[in-house]
Write a protein that binds this ligand. Sequence first.
Ligand SMILES: *Cc1c(COP(=O)(O)O)cnc(C)c1O
Length: 378
Amino acid sequence: MTVPRGRSPVNAPPASLAPMSDAEPQARHLLTRVVAAGRPAREPDAPLNAPIVPVSALHAGGPFEYAREGAPTTAAFEEALGEVEGGIAIAFSSGMAAANAVFDIWPVGVKVVAPSAAYTGVAVRLRELDERGAIDLCIVDAHDTEGVLTALDGAHVLWLESPTNPMLDVAELDVVIPEARSKGVFTVVDNTFATPILQRPLEWGVDVVLHSVTKSISGHSDLLMGALVTRNAELAEKLRVRRVLLGAAPSAFDCYLALRGLRTLGLRVERAQSNAIAITQAISTHPAITKVRYPGFGTMAAIEVVGGADAAQRVCESVQVWTHATSLGGVESLLERRRRWPLESPRVPDSLIRLSFGIEHESDLRIDLQQALTRAHS
Ligand SMILES: *Cc1c(COP(=O)(O)O)cnc(C)c1O
């Protein structure tokens, strides 16, 4: 089993994740704050939960006015996500909409350092921007710390995912982020895979954290949403204005569902991660497997199998407890061969199957995956 080089946030949790006895709300544990945040004031007969407010226009004079600017249900979700990620959150209609809002604030011609195998949509957009001369793209391997540090020379932006989708490369954020900051490089970390339960990049000084809220944050594969989180109020306002001008606001219903899902993020990540740890270990010696990619923490892994794309496809079609589908971070375990997508990076091996661990019972998931591997191998 290959454990990529990098520092596991699980082994070295940020200080603010440690249990604290202080009763001050800001000092309460993250697992307490994720349940408490984004609720109406505690007044008689006020609802416990933020209501779904379907609205485009609001009475003049308030902070929202029009739903692209902001809206009550959106604000409740943003308050809660900002609380758990540790900054000011701005919600978008998808993870890609959030990414495009960030691309939209860069001056023409900036040098952008980004990983070779990042989320497909982001990687494709960055290549498009490079081809039309809007940015000067410099590709690195996220886990190659020396390579990232070298690429920072003359760079304006460092875009990282850690762990990366779908290669599970882990960047040494605690090394590369301070170095990028000392050179005045604007830093963005896509924290979709790790979630704020396991990793909070703003604490290392990252300028913007990106989430595909579609994934673990909402956690039930029933909506598309994205978010950006930053500690810089001026930057937060700039990014919110991008939402207004790009027309990338989420719906009230989706914000309600995402906030409801966020309440259980801690429990879901804990269970899915324990499934991931146990099952990647158990299958690592299976004769159908050539490589297991699991960074030692988190709810995502990838395997490579004997027999190339066809065998990998057979594994995906032979599961009964797992579901053969794209996406990730939901309560149900999903798997897919990533290279079935024509735009996926050629750096991703043809036989690589991405595994998104859900919250089912470990032995059912393990036995199902083992039988699918055995069937595809024979
Ligand atoms: C899915 C994903 C995105 C894109 O988010 P959407 O909500 O699908 O637009 C971005 N980054 C990562 C790491 C993802 O997994």
